[in-house]
Design a protein. Structure first.
Length: 256
């Protein structure tokens, strides 16, 4: 009587060994929408309304997302009331963690424009209220700083346009159906605190010669901790007024 050969057992598929796999050989463990939310959190931010499936996945798997970002030296910031989430460099007290998120250096015009937009957000009293600004208003508000940046009016308007475009690329200004009318991203309310807005405003009033003694005693905007803004992580800050002026000089040289 001949013995029957033992059946050959097929090797286990990676997907069977890893319940979270989305395809054969996928080592990931998070659901698809959670992974998509992680990708969106790399910059600039994740809003509740676009798309809502990702926001729901973020809230459902927030602990896992925080753990994943922590492994990358990143910190998750979630404002449920505003419906916004973004990542920033982890606040490592040892100072040895690498700076993962890219930064967006600011010129004088960039800083003043951000200051004005943040001030408009501060005036809102209703949570979730949308705030808009027209290009004409931007030009009018920034023109008072023109003598400190350029004596050439046309050249200064070009620099304002460059700053508007920079904030549009960073999704801090969103285009609307109305030409040259923009919605201000509510993420600025998380990037700049009210105290930081007051400090930067005092610095620019000092530049204009309008600040009183209290203004001049306010923290300077060129504090080392606030000399640039992280483009994706939302870390707050404003450029040094002197450094920003140097950037403007460089821009003029490049235009010539």
């Amino acid at each position: 009587m001949s013995a029957e050969a033992a059946p050959v057992q097929a090797p286990a598929q990676d997907g069977a060994a890893n319940p979270g796999a989305l395809w054969d050989g996928d080592p990931g463990t998070l659901p698809r929408d959670t992974r998509r939310a992680l990708v969106r959190l790399q910059g600039p931010y994740l809003p509740l309304e676009l798309p809502p499936d990702l926001w729901n996945a973020l809230l459902t798997d927030e602990v896992a997302i925080r753990r994943h970002l922590g492994d990358l030296f990143l910190e998750l910031v979630v404002d449920r009331e505003a419906g916004l989430a973004f990542t920033r460099n982890a606040p490592d007290p040892t100072g040895s963690a690498p700076s993962v998120m890219r930064t967006m250096p600011l010129t004088l015009v960039d800083s003043v424009l951000l200051l004005h937009l943040r001030t408009l957000l501060l005036r809102t009293t209703t949570p979730g209220e949308r705030v808009f600004v027209d290009r004409d208003e931007i030009d009018e508000q920034l023109d008072v700083y023109r003598p400190h940046a350029s004596t050439d009016h046309a050249g200064f308007l070009r620099r304002v346009s460059s700053s508007v475009d920079k904030l549009k690329r960073a999704s801090l200004l969103r285009e609307t159906d109305v030409p040259e009318r923009y919605e201000i991203s509510p993420v600025l309310a998380l990037v700049f605190t009210a105290d930081e807005v007051a400090a930067v405003a005092a610095e620019y009033r000092r530049l204009l010669g309008e600040g009183d003694e209290d203004d001049q005693a306010a923290p300077r905007a060129d504090d080392p901790s606030t000399d640039q803004v992280d483009g994706a992580d939302g870390a707050s800050g404003a450029s040094s007024a002197d450094g920003a002026a140097d950037d403007e000089t460089s821009e003029r040289e490049n235009e010539s």
